[in-house]
Design a protein around this ligand. Structure first.
Ligand code: ZN
Length: 378
């Protein structure tokens, strides 16, 4: 039996707003005091959702913004329309950022400066964003090229392009506010008199913060739970031995206690209900990919580059290939940390992962659990 298609999986979710989308420069109310903003992105992922929450801070009425879009003139122009059309003459009082990726934090410095307000974000993501925006080697450059080479990317032309891409992150996040207020797991942030609980998540960004309000039963899920695409889970050069996929899958369990009726507000796609169904879909998706990769590692030693065509059945440009490499390594590392494969490094410095042949009756999924990682095998 073929696994269900993306369309069949999506049909198991429910979109309470149907196909309605906010118009450019306008919002759509999704819950009392919660408005949806949708901004264009110049990538294959062509939009991001941002949220505007009615608020009052220190006796001043206004708005809290959740996420910002990348730094570019088109996004600033869309924000200007929002300021003119949607704020009811009130100021923006605070900027909350779910995590440090450019589409979420890019314009935080501009918003905070313009409205003289504070950025609220986890400490890990704040510091990662500051390093990324200031460093000449953050998220690109020589260190990234060496990392990809160690996982089997050998094409000199591609490596040269990655070496030259040192300004990738600062290009979209030229600055980060100089100060911030720290968000932590379990903390409750009062927004407009309602308590929003912070739920940290790992594996996609260092310390992603989702926000849940029990009264509205609304989860601002950021990039941790998306309805249509599976969240990017990658290993990066700065932490080359990370077990990012285990971190991500374990983090998903933190949403399971939320009610079935929870309205999920994702950063990409449409607001939906069906959180538990979607979490199961994501777990199944990764379990299938892991089983395929384990089979490959049984047949021959497999590098990150070897794993890409197994995980992605479509042509990828260089930018997509770098993401795919990070994902491939994340999957191989989960098998490695789980003790199902071991790692070898060849004379060229390329890591390959290999496993003994399967015993005749073994299920390919056996042993793939989301329990705590075992000690690093050497
Ligand atoms: Zn992200």
């Amino acid at each position: 039996m073929n696994p269900p298609s993306r369309e069949q999986l999506e049909a198991r979710l429910h979109y309470p707003l149907g196909n309605a989308l906010p118009e450019t420069g306008h919002t759509l109310t999704v819950a009392p005091g919660v408005k949806w903003i949708r901004m264009a992105l110049p990538f294959a992922l062509d939009h991001i959702n941002l949220w505007l929450l009615r608020d009052a801070l220190d006796g001043v009425e206004g708005w809290t913004v959740v996420d910002c879009c990348i730094s570019r003139d088109e996004a600033k122009a869309q924000w200007e329309q929002i300021f003119a059309n949607e704020l009811e003459g009130l100021p923006i009082l605070r900027v909350i950022v779910t995590h440090m990726h450019p589409d979420h934090i890019g314009l935080a410095h501009w918003l905070c400066e313009r409205w003289e307000c504070m950025l609220w974000i986890s400490a890990t993501d704040y510091n990662s964003a500051r390093i990324g925006s200031q460093s000449t080697t953050g998220f690109g450059g020589a260190s990234a090229a060496d990392f990809f080479a160690s996982h089997g990317m050998t094409d000199p032309d591609s490596l040269e392009k990655i070496r030259g891409r040192a300004s990738y992150y600062p290009g979209m996040v030229p600055a980060v506010p100089p100060r911030y207020r720290r968000l932590m797991d379990g903390q409750t942030v009062s927004i407009g008199g309602r308590g929003w609980r912070c739920i940290s998540g790992h594996g996609h960004a260092p310390e992603h913060i989702a926000l849940y309000n029990d009264e509205l039963q609304v989860l601002i899920s950021g990039d941790m739970v998306l309805p249509r695409i599976s969240t990017n889970v990658s290993v990066y050069d700065i932490e080359p031995e990370a077990d990012a996929l285990t971190l991500f899958l374990d983090s998903l369990d933190k949403y399971l206690p939320l009610p079935e009726t929870t309205l999920v507000l994702p950063s990409h796609g449409k607001p939906f209900t069906g959180l538990h169904e979607r979490i199961q879909q994501l777990k199944d998706h990764h379990a299938e990919r892991l089983a395929e990769l384990l089979d490959a590692c049984r047949e021959q030693p497999t590098s990150g580059a070897d794993a890409i065509p197994l995980l992605f059945q479509r042509a990828l440009d260089l930018h997509q290939t770098t993401f795919a490499m990070g994902e491939a390594v994340a999957h191989l590392h989960r098998l490695w940390f789980g003790g199902q494969v071991r790692r070898e490094r060849d004379a060229e410095g390329i890591y390959r992962f290999l496993a003994p042949p399967a015993p005749p009756s073994a299920s390919p999924l056996r042993g793939i659990t989301s329990g705590p990682a075992k000690p690093v095998p050497r």
